[in-house]
Design a protein around this ligand. Structure first.
Ligand code: MLT
Length: 392
């Protein structure tokens, strides 16, 4: 019996598990300290009332023989896929319901999609990078190349036409930097992908935070249907981090290596995934109703105001940052040339505030730090006060 030795090539702990452990150790040693968590991007507001009502009704359905539901359809219930399709239409993008697959979140699908691709494909990720893209490909033994994002390109890497790759992960608005690609920039990636016969795996889990005139979907850009798969999630959009629901869009005509991508992914999902529960899919459909959209926008506005409060403090302190706009994340340069983990320790021990060290997202994250706007308002205000106190 042998273990998959590729796991030896991973960093020992998943980034957010490592942070949780360090914070827990600190809390155990200092139980009287009030620690404010602005690290992992986990929401703090409750689900919208219309979503709760739909979920409750879904639970009631399970209590009666006539409305009881067992296994859901592998690709999700039709009315939820129709709702997602209608949502795309609301911002001018045509995606048909039979190109939508409902899942338990973008993280799972981004991590699992590699199952359908050969191990010898070359993977390109932008650095800093959401660790799931890297770790899941290391587990499969794939070679990864990194496209640098830094201050000089506003944390938006563009394709290098001299390099070949087969699988391209893009996240826009970006986790962790908040940078959002324009339609012209995405078109360059699309042209490059088509030229290389590559597939773009496009993570737009943060599209609901977009306020500028940048695409909310890669399918808003010409050519994307020839090369892209899109992953989205209700986690950040509508507070489903705990209840779990997302969706993946695969153009029906997309093919590579003589294989239809939708059919191949469907085959994978039918084998390894049994769908999202009825009450949660009922809640998900409610997100896309007129009332649902109104209610989730109130929650999004609350987080956007938190982002404004954090950004304003950084402006006052003269600290360079990106994000906070089009994104719930604020990506800041550590003050006084500090390293990411050094700043993490300083903030934890002197201000009792938790953030995410940029180095955890890749080599270009060293010297940077991520704060989230998903916290409680009063705690965010207090965290900012403490930040100013230790840095003033
Ligand atoms: C993050 O903090 O980067 C996210 O919450 C992680 C995730 O969505 O899995």
């Amino acid at each position: 019996m042998k273990i998959n030795k590729n796991f030896d090539n991973l960093v020992p702990n998943y980034l957010f598990a490592e942070i949780a452990k360090r914070v827990s150790d600190y809390q155990t040693a200092n139980p009287e300290n009030d620690v404010i968590r602005l690290g992992i991007g986990d929401v703090t507001l409750p689900l919208a009332p219309v979503v709760i009502e739909a979920m409750k009704k879904g639970v009631d359905d399970l209590a009666k023989k006539e409305t009881f539901k067992g296994y859901p359809d592998y690709e999700g219930y039709g009315f939820v896929r129709e709702a997602v399709s209608g949502y795309y239409k609301s911002f001018g993008v045509e995606v048909s319901a039979d190109e939508v697959l409902i899942s338990d979140g973008a993280k799972s699908d981004c991590g699992n999609i590699g199952d359908i691709f050969d191990k010898d494909n070359i993977v390109l990720v932008t650095d800093p990078v959401y660790p799931v893209y890297v770790d899941s490909n290391i587990m499969s033994g794939r070679n990864i190349i990194y496209a640098d994002c830094n201050k000089s390109n506003n944390f938006k890497a563009m394709p290098d036409k001299n390099l070949h790759c087969d699988i391209i992960y893009l996240c826009s608005p970006n986790n962790p930097t908040g940078a959002a690609y324009t339609a012209d920039e995405l078109k360059e990636w699309i042209d490059y992908a088509i030229e290389n016969d590559a597939v773009i795996l496009y993570d737009c889990a943060y599209e609901a935070f977009i306020t500028d005139n940048v695409p909310r979907s890669i399918f808003a850009v010409e050519g994307a249907r020839k090369c892209a798969i899109e992953f989205c999630s209700l986690s950040k959009t509508a507070g489903f981090t705990g209840t779990r629901c997302g969706y993946t869009v695969i153009p029906k005509e997309l093919e590579r290596d003589g294989h239809n991508i939708y059919k191949t992914w469907y085959r994978r999902q039918a084998t390894k995934f049994n769908g999202v529960s009825w009450p949660v899919q009922c809640g998900a459909a409610a997100v896309f109703s007129e009332e649902g959209q109104k209610q989730i926008k109130e929650n999004l506005g609350y987080y956007q105001e938190n982002a404004r409060i954090i950004s304003q403090a950084l402006d006052e302190l003269g600290i360079y940052y990106t994000g906070g706009k089009n994104s719930p994340y604020i990506w800041l340069e550590c003050p006084n040339g500090m390293g990411s983990w050094e700043f993490f320790d300083l903030l934890l021990t002197k201000a009792n505030v938790v953030g995410t060290p940029g180095a955890g997202f890749g080599k270009n994250g060293e010297g940077f730090f991520r704060l989230t706007s998903f916290g409680d308002r009063d705690k965010t205000v207090e965290a900012v006060r403490r930040l100013k106190e230790i840095l003033a």
